[in-house]
Design a protein around this ligand. Structure first.
Ligand code: FES
Length: 106
């Protein structure tokens, strides 16, 4: 299990480490959960904002803390910033009946 839906009540995004060591982040925007590898397509560095969030202040878009690129949470597409048109690498997750978020089986 990577996280639980309740984990996103207090803060709508969080970073997690997969069993294979990859760092990913999960966001909940408008009730939808999505996950991406925590590497910005601009310079291949983690996106973490200073306060540990992955969303801009409005909570609608993913934001890179390094140069401020903004990404759509549905697709990971960069819609503003130096890597506009590039995509975050998605991580497929599933949510079970208890609200546990797991890596989706490949
Ligand atoms: S490294 Fe993310 S916008 Fe530059």
């Amino acid at each position: 299990m990577l996280a639980h839906l309740h984990d996103f009540d207090a803060a709508p995004s969080r970073g997690v480490t997969l069993p294979d060591g990859r760092n990913v982040f999960i966001v909940r925007v408008h009730g939808q959960i999505s996950a991406f590898v925590n590497l910005c397509p601009h310079q291949q560095v983690p996106l973490n904002l200073p306060e540990g969030s992955f969303l801009e202040a409005g909570g609608e878009l993913i934001q890179c803390g390094m140069h401020g690129a903004l990404f759509l949470p549905e697709s990971g597409e960069c819609v503003f910033g130096p890597c506009q048109g590039c995509f975050l690498e998605p991580v497929a997750v599933s949510i079970d009946a208890e609200g546990n978020i797991h890596l989706a089986r490949e």
